[in-house]
Design a protein around this ligand. Structure first.
Ligand code: NAD
Length: 349
């Protein structure tokens, strides 16, 4: 196997740890990008990869993203990410989760895990039997922690409102047209909050029935998932997959603002220039979608209740404002401004 530091996505990661447990069938990668600000925090992805190199690439890329996200959220946490390599049937067993918990524990708290794609809070409970370096566990009402989705949605909602205020000069978003791609945990939560403000919503999901049900509930319009990227609207909010903003899709956008919760929305670094070049106000994804990590980080740190989580999430618009202001005064794309700020915060600027 090729050494991780030869991978294009290697960015002076502090550690890339490979785990194999024959008895349970666990194969996992834990990448620690930076512990400059604190222990490396980031979720575990349970995913089937075509080849081992893809799983390492994913861990490298996602852990770097977590360094940036945690730093920009003002958290005393570094960036890390774990990947459990699933078989094609995505078989997950208690033995595998236990072995993964021991793998996390072996890093002695340098890496703290939580949910990501394919992992649930029940899985976190299973992992917590082997290690205390885990968050995203079910919590009682009023406490920080638990499912990060609703808190992510709240942060994205505040960010979309800030973008509308900056881009359209409207403090009241009533009547503004927002197109939401993906109405799952984040996109669905966002749509519900925007609907309360009287926002005009167009919704799409690959699960067309899900989009239609939410449209019926909120008095919105549902469109086919292949139409949402070219809808004429004020705002596009990508809340489904990553890499949705590429050369072709950016050329076809008919919105003035892109602000959504999906991770890694820009397919390549050049797409930051492309979206900026089209004069579209872009909210860097890891800044606007930090609500969930704020929630689980405070849970892990034992620093607070829901009110503290809400107070920190309420500061997401301030950070976006700072980025947009610097982008406007320097002409540098907002995504690049955010990366530079984050790099400075993790001592690499
Ligand atoms: P989810 O699985 O609950 O919802 C995703 C929705 O998108 C699903 O309804 C799915 O059917 C739909 N979808 C998938 N592909 C689509 C496509 N091509 N077009 C339209 N719809 C499509 O996931 P989620 O937790 O809401 O996460 C959504 C995005 O936000 C992901 O990129 C995730 O990485 C990111 N994110 C989530 C959180 C969180 O706290 N849940 C935090 C930060 C970032």
């Amino acid at each position: 196997m090729t050494a991780p530091w030869t991978y294009p996505d290697f960015d002076d990661h502090e550690g890339v740890h490979l785990f194999r447990d024959a008895a349970s069938g666990l194969t996992a990668v834990i990448a620690i990008h930076s512990t400059h600000l604190g222990p490396a925090a980031g979720g575990t992805r349970f995913w089937h990869y075509a080849d081992p190199a893809e799983s390492i690439t994913d861990a490298l890329r996602l852990s770097r993203g977590m360094s940036f996200k945690n730093a920009m959220a003002g958290l005393p946490m570094g960036g890390g990410k774990a990947v459990i390599v699933a078989d094609s049937l995505r078989t997950k067993t208690p033995e595998m989760l236990a072995a993964f918990g021991r793998a996390v524990d072996s890093l002695g708290g340098r890496y703290i895990t939580a949910e990501d794609v394919g992992m649930s809070d029940a899985d976190m409970v299973a992992i917590s039997k082997e290690t205390r370096h885990v968050s995203g566990l079910p919590v009682a009402a009023g406490h920080a922690g638990g499912d990060p989705g609703p808190t992510t949605a709240k942060g994205v909602y505040l960010g979309v409102r800030a973008a509308i205020a900056r881009g359209l000069g409207k403090a009241d978003p009533a009547g503004v047209h927002v197109a939401v791609q993906g109405v799952g945990s984040v996109g669905g939560g966002l749509a519900r909050l925007l609907a309360k403000d009287g926002v005009r919503l167009t919704l799409a999901d690959v699960d067309a029935r899900r989009a239609q049900a939410m449209a019926d509930e909120l008095g919105a319009t549902a469109v086919a998932s292949n139409e949402i990227m070219t809808i004429e609207a004020d705002v596009l909010s990508p809340c489904a997959l990553g890499a949705v903003l590429d050369e072709r899709s950016i050329a076809g956008l008919r919105v003035g603002i892109v602000a959504g919760g999906a991770n890694n929305q820009l397919a390549t670094p050049a797409d930051a220039d492309r979206i900026h070049g089209r004069g579209i106000l872009y909210a860097p994804d890891y800044v606007i979608n930090a609500g969930g990590i704020i929630n689980v980080a405070l849970e892990y740190l034992g620093q607070g209740d829901r009110a503290e989580v809400e107070a920190r999430v309420a500061r997401i618009p301030e950070r976006l404002e700072q980025i947009w202001a610097e982008s406007a005064s320097t002409g540098v794309p907002s995504a690049v401004v955010a990366d530079r700020m984050a790099m400075r915060l993790i001592g690499r600027g």
